[in-house]
Design a protein around this ligand. Structure first.
Ligand code: SF4
Length: 325
């Protein structure tokens, strides 16, 4: 294990076997892993934690069948459904992000395909938002054509989130309406257009530890600016409502976050959905690896308020980061 940790510190690539050794580390050795993850995060990210908020700009009615998602075509979850949020709501959240000095305003839109007219309408919102709030904007917005991607780039979108979610091997178990390779092709096109990339996944979908290792290896290939690691919140009405998440112990979750840091030392490692459930009380350890978190909840699940999130960061002995737009 000490060889693996030394290799990580020197930013050499860990192999699948080495990644598995980290995930299979006995719990009593976790403090050693946390120490080295902290040394790496300190070297590249200092002691700061970026906080961002998320607006669900288009909700529900998706044509896809991602098993974890309350907005999927097969979901019976009781959620709000709308085609495009009122601009005033987006502006409210943008101003909140600006006034609270948060790192970024993330905007999610359900669905996988958009018409040019829809993209134009949304791009107009982004242009106004950039003028009025001026925040760094990251959008989660399905598969785009190159023309649509350029339109959003010109409007001022800084970053696009497109997750791999799980391993290539396991992908067909969680979604059959599009493929892993379509996701990778979309991300490459977005990178080529000049966007920063946010790319991560979800743990707790029924995948094996080897799937987690493979997913992180594929994400490392993409070399994203940020890596959101979500832990499944089994939402009522979704296909995974009854998923067994008993293996998502704080120790296992921490090992995954540390592995993400070891494998992608310079990226933002974000503990996203599920942190309030699975890592409660272990935040100080979480921040050994993680330098980014959400406040105010997720697309279809609640979370911690901005004030409580800021307090969480400072109580753990870290500073929260203010990023210029
Ligand atoms: S994750 Fe995205 S593509 Fe999949 S069902 Fe949900 S909104 Fe649709």
């Amino acid at each position: 294990m000490s060889d693996i940790l030394q290799k990580s510190f020197e930013t050499e690539h860990l192999s699948h076997e080495e990644a598995m050794a980290v995930l299979n580390l006995p719990d009593e050795e976790l403090p050693v892993l946390l120490d080295i993850a902290y040394a790496i995060r300190k070297k590249h990210k200092g002691n700061t934690v970026g906080i961002q908020i998320l607006t669900n700009a288009r909700s529900g009615n998706c044509s896809q069948n991602c098993a974890y998602c309350a907005q999927s075509r097969d979901s019976e979850a009781d959620i709000d459904k709308y085609r495009l949020v009122e601009y005033d709501k987006l502006l409210h959240d943008g101003l909140l992000a600006r006034d609270k000095n948060l790192s970024r305003h993330c905007i999610g839109l359900s669905g996988i395909r958009f018409s040019d007219r829809e993209i134009n309408e949304f791009a107009g919102y982004v242009e106004s938002l950039k003028k009025e709030a001026g925040t760094h904007i990251c959008c989660s917005i399905g598969f785009l054509t190159e023309t649509q991607a350029q339109r959003l780039k010109d409007a001022g979108v800084n970053r696009i989130n497109h997750n791999l979610n799980t391993s290539r091997r396991f992908y067909s178990q969680i979604c059959s309406t599009h493929t892993y390779d379509q996701r990778i092709a979309n991300i490459k096109m977005l990178q080529h257009t000049g966007f920063e990339i946010c790319c991560g996944g979800i743990v707790g979908l029924g995948e094996s530890r080897a799937d987690v290792a493979d997913m992180l290896i594929d994400i490392r290939e993409i070399n994203p600016q940020s890596v959101p690691v979500n832990f499944l919140i089994p939402l009522k009405g979704t296909a995974l409502a009854g998923a067994d998440v008993s293996h998502l112990s704080p120790e296992y979750c921490l090992k995954i976050l540390c592995l993400a840091r070891l494998m992608m030392p310079k990226s933002d490692i974000r503990c996203a959905a599920g942190r309030e459930i699975y890592l409660k009380g272990r935040e100080q350890q979480m921040f050994c690896a993680v330098d980014s978190i959400f406040a105010s909840g997720y697309l279809t699940a609640g979370g911690q308020s901005i004030e409580d999130t800021v307090k969480l960061v400072t109580d753990a002995g870290f500073q929260y980061r203010i990023e210029p737009a």
